[in-house]
Design a protein around this ligand. Structure first.
Ligand SMILES: NC(=O)c1ccc[n+]([C@@H]2O[C@H](COP(=O)([O-])OP(=O)(O)OC[C@H]3O[C@@H](n4cnc5c(N)ncnc54)[C@H](O)[C@@H]3O)[C@@H](O)[C@H]2O)c1
Length: 254
């Protein structure tokens, strides 16, 4: 199905990290398929700018949410319930990384990456997932990474720890809700050529290593990740739970 069709018509979908490189494309794709998007990030203002570019911005809502803050999740879910009467899907996209290796990562940075990227994802499942269950069921899509599964380039240890936990938490939550109508799956991007990633790494040895390790020989596009998210969020995936979908140009197949 191409973007623009209405597979997600009327579904209320909450996206975290919605103003980041991949988050913006997820919001655009979900909206193009008919979803009503609740776009959240640390600040609401960049999310408002993302929504302003959509064809019917008034259908959607931008809200601030720090995913590492449990009280903020409770407040946000109450606001979504009041405004929309329920929630159909959650895209746990927000995360932070760190490039440090097993020997040079710093403890404070490690703990922050875990707090946001791992615990933040769990808190989303706990609170927004419960709201989805009360709303009659739906879908949770957790943005994971190839680094949740394989060693990548041998650095980013804290990020790999967090994403490895997201991968297994996804399966654990999928089993918890298997008969309750809440599906939980993970999407594992490889190296995606967002503006942020290119700004940081273009022309570097790391950039060359990303390309060299990717069988397709190119970085992915954020739109290609968004397409996988939209598929798992909607009713084309009603018998899919606890699975992991790689959008990695073949990295993990090699
Ligand atoms: N870009 C890649 O190559 C790549 C590869 C594999 C996986 N991923 C995953 O895809 C997702 C999106 O990645 P991206 O490249 O767009 O990253 P990004 O850094 O561009 O965006 C992440 C977003 O998360 C937000 N965020 C950070 N801390 C937060 C917090 N405490 N609460 C709420 N929001 C917070 C940021 O403000 C930002 O908008 C992440 O889960 C990332 O781990 C990305």
């Amino acid at each position: 199905m191409a973007a623009g069709e209405t597979r997600l018509e009327g579904k209320v979908v909450l996206v975290t990290g919605a103003s980041g490189g991949i988050g913006v494309e997820i919001v655009r794709r979900l909206a193009a398929e008919g979803a009503v998007v609740v776009a959240t990030d640390l600040d609401a203002e960049p999310c408002e700018r993302v929504l302003a570019d959509l064809p019917a911005p008034g259908r959607h809502t931008a809200l601030a949410l720090d995913i590492a803050d449990e009280e903020a999740w409770k407040t946000l879910c109450a606001a979504v319930s009041d405004r929309f009467g329920g929630l159909d899907a959650l895209v746990n996209n927000g995360a932070i990384g760190s490039i440090g290796s097993v020997v040079d990562e710093e403890l404070a940075r490690y703990e922050r990456v875990i707090a946001v990227s791992q615990t933040g994802t769990w808190l989303g499942m706990k609170h927004a997932g419960a709201l989805i269950e009360r709303s009659g069921g739906g879908s949770i899509v957790n943005l994971c990474s190839i680094l949740g599964t394989v060693g990548g380039l041998g650095n980013s240890l804290a990020y790999a720890a967090a994403k490895g936990a997201v991968r297994t938490m996804t399966k654990n939550a999928a089993l918890h809700w298997a008969c309750a109508g809440v599906r939980v799956n993970s999407v594992h991007p490889g190296f995606i050529g967002t503006a942020q990633l290119l700004e940081r790494f273009q022309g570097s040895e790391r950039h060359a290593a990303m390309l060299a390790g990717t069988p397709m020989g190119r970085l992915g596009a954020a739109e290609e990740v968004a397409a996988a998210v939209a598929f798992l969020a909607g009713d084309d995936a009603t018998y899919i739970t606890g699975t992991e979908l790689y959008v990695d140009g073949g990295w993990t197949a090699a």
